[in-house]
Design a protein around this ligand. Structure first.
Ligand SMILES: Nc1ncnc2c1ncn2[C@@H]1O[C@H](COP(=O)(O)OP(=O)(O)O)[C@@H](O)[C@H]1O
Ligand SMILES: [Mg+2]
Length: 215
């Protein structure tokens, strides 16, 4: 658990609507005069953004799955130390686009890395700084990919977007399994609804949990 602030993450497959909802939630918190940091993984700090480049352009892929996972963790350590923990310590909301569940789901869906290895990396990189609340945006893999294709336009698909459809289906299953295993932290949201419908549901929950609103 975080100390003073609140750590909220959005997870889900490509095109599920994570980045859209991170922006909406952070804007809404700020409109109440609250401090809210919108950030993302991999990335969020200059060093971690540099590692993001290596991870998403495929440079890290031939190194071996374990090495790739360790680069994700190296980026996470920098992001947590320099941005997330200081913000939480001063009482801010930190709203993050992907976090440790993505490492677990993506490496799990690729099938290359044991659960033990991922558990150890998570313990070392994340420690006590697990999210207070995680929204899992759930959508059939095909629908998310076609949204991601539209968004990308003429740009090349990144290292993970270009995996086969079976990979993306496995990813969706992995996120749902994580949510089922940790129901106190994770809330599955139907990502097929409109942006406004999802944002309203997200807001209701955040208000109730963290802002003292009545249910
Ligand atoms: N609920 C939604 N319904 C329809 N389109 C959406 C929805 N949420 C996001 N989009 C659009 O789909 C694309 C992917 O959304 P994005 O938030 O970037 O997804 P992610 O960050 O999960 O990959 C964007 O073009 C975005 O405008
Ligand atoms: Mg995104």
């Amino acid at each position: 658990m975080s100390e003073a602030g609140r750590f909220i993450t959005f997870e889900g497959g490509e095109g599920a609507g994570k980045s859209t909802q991170v922006t909406r939630l952070a804007d809404r918190l700020r409109s109440l005069g609250l401090e809210a940091i919108a950030t993302r993984e991999p990335g969020g700090t200059p060093n971690a953004e540099a590692l993001r480049g290596l991870l998403l352009n495929g440079f890290a892929e031939p190194l071996a799955p374990a090495s790739e996972a360790m680069i994700f963790s190296a980026a996470r350590i920098d992001h947590l130390e320099k941005l997330v923990r200081p913000a939480l310590a001063r009482g801010a909301f930190v709203v993050c686009d992907r976090f440790a569940d993505s490492t677990r789901a993506y490496q799990g869906a690729l099938g290359h890395i044991s659960g033990d290895f991922i558990d150890t990396l998570e313990r070392l990189a994340v420690g006590e700084t697990m999210p207070d609340l995680t929204f899992m945006l759930d959508l059939p893999a095909e629908d998310g990919l076609s949204r991601a294709n539209l968004r990308r336009g003429a740009n090349r698909a990144d290292r993970f977007e270009s995996e086969a459809i079976g990979f993306h289906r496995g990813l969706r299953d992995s996120f749902l399994k994580i949510a089922a295993a940790q129901p106190q932290r994770c809330v599955v949201m139907d990502g097929a609804r409109t942006v406004d419908e999802i944002a309203d549901d997200v807001w209701r929950l955040v208000e109730r949990r963290f802002l003292g609103a009545a249910a």
